[in-house]
Design a protein around this ligand. Structure first.
Ligand SMILES: NC(=O)C1=CN([C@@H]2O[C@H](COP(=O)(O)OP(=O)(O)OC[C@H]3O[C@@H](n4cnc5c(N)ncnc54)[C@H](OP(=O)(O)O)[C@@H]3O)[C@@H](O)[C@H]2O)C=CC1
Ligand SMILES: O=C(O)[C@@H]1CCC=N1
Length: 277
């Protein structure tokens, strides 16, 4: 039944596109999705042409027509944006926010109604149905809203339900996570270039290495450290390389990275509260 919902996307950037791409490949018909943004008409044309979705410049109109509103603008823009269509929000709407750091209570306040809100943290792998998404419920949301949101995000990957306070950690880990992997691949590509490999050859080797390692992590019962040790022959090449990573404190850097990303999520939520006081 959920697939019959009409859904208004407010915000049409990278995350909205990843969701639209995944959703229209699965349960949703393109005409169930109405997409709006701040001002970029070329972007709306691109999304309409690529995915067949409807676009709308009048946000009130989009919200009035929709059963579900997906907030997909930057956290700093949510207050101005919601002010544009607040009069069209109904208590029977379901608002789904993918905004980093922003509490469901903040969204309820901006909506000025006892509206159900589900906060979600997907990632851009939604575009190929591989998002790792965590969701949690706002104070006016119930099990039915949870079920709707869960089935919506299941069309773009795996979904887990967490307590809202954990969404800061989730954001740092799996919301931002794809970027950490891409950053690693960027470094591997630079290294491959410096040690004389042709870029196409390097790309396919790196890609298959990442896919192979990810599949091993998924299918092997062994701990990542055991899988790592299997690669690491005594006094061999891996050991020599990993010693360099240890000298650069690679694990500490990753841990500090994820903790700082989590702090930033908390800050984003507080900045919105300060802005709207
Ligand atoms: N990118 C990611 O990997 C992830 C992002 N998120 C969250 O998703 C949200 C969007 O991120 P992302 O897609 O990367 O951002 P982008 O910068 O790519 O897109 C932001 C979008 O918001 C629109 N927008 C800005 N102001 C308004 C407004 N007043 N009314 C309507 N739309 C508006 C912009 O429109 P215009 O172009 O016209 O200005 C643009 O379409 C963020 O809150 C982020 O925390 C969550 C998980 C992962
Ligand atoms: O960088 C950000 O703030 C967003 C949230 C998670 C991924 N991108």
């Amino acid at each position: 039944m959920e697939k019959q919902h009409k859904i208004a996307f407010i915000g049409a950037g990278a995350m909205a596109e990843a969701m639209i791409a995944g959703m229209t490949k699965t349960l949703y018909k393109p005409n169930q999705l109405i997409v709006t943004n701040r001002a970029n008409k070329d972007r709306l044309s691109y999304l309409a042409n690529t995915y067949g979705v409807r676009t709308e410049t009048n946000k009130q109109q989009a919200v009035q027509e929709a059963d579900i509103i997906i907030l997909a603008m930057k956290p700093k823009d949510v207050a101005n944006s919601m002010a544009e269509f607040v009069s069209s929000i109904r208590e029977d709407h379901l608002i789904i926010s993918v905004l980093a750091g922003v509490a469901t209570d903040s969204i309820v306040e901006l909506a000025k109604k006892r509206v159900p809100v589900v906060r979600a943290m997907p990632n851009t792998s939604a575009a190929i149905g591989k998002s790792a998404t965590a969701i949690s419920l706002g104070k006016f949301a119930n099990e039915q809203h949870l079920a709707i949101a869960k089935s919506l995000f299941e069309t773009v990957g795996l979904v887990t339900v967490v307590e809202e306070h954990h969404l800061h950690a989730v954001t740092a880990l799996s919301g931002s996570g794809p970027a950490y992997v891409y950053y690693l691949v960027e470094a591997m590509e630079k290294a491959a270039n410096e040690i004389g490999l042709e870029s196409n050859v390097a790309k396919s080797l790196i890609l298959q290495t990442i896919i192979g390692a990810a599949e091993m992590l998924k299918h092997s019962p062994k701990h990542p450290s055991a899988l790592r040790k299997e690669v690491t022959s005594p006094n061999g090449t891996t050991e020599a390389g990993i010693r360099v990573l240890e000298a650069y404190r690679y694990q500490e850097a990753m841990i500090a990275c994820i903790k700082r990303a989590m702090e930033r999520s908390i800050e984003l939520g507080k900045e919105l509260i300060a802005m709207t006081k």
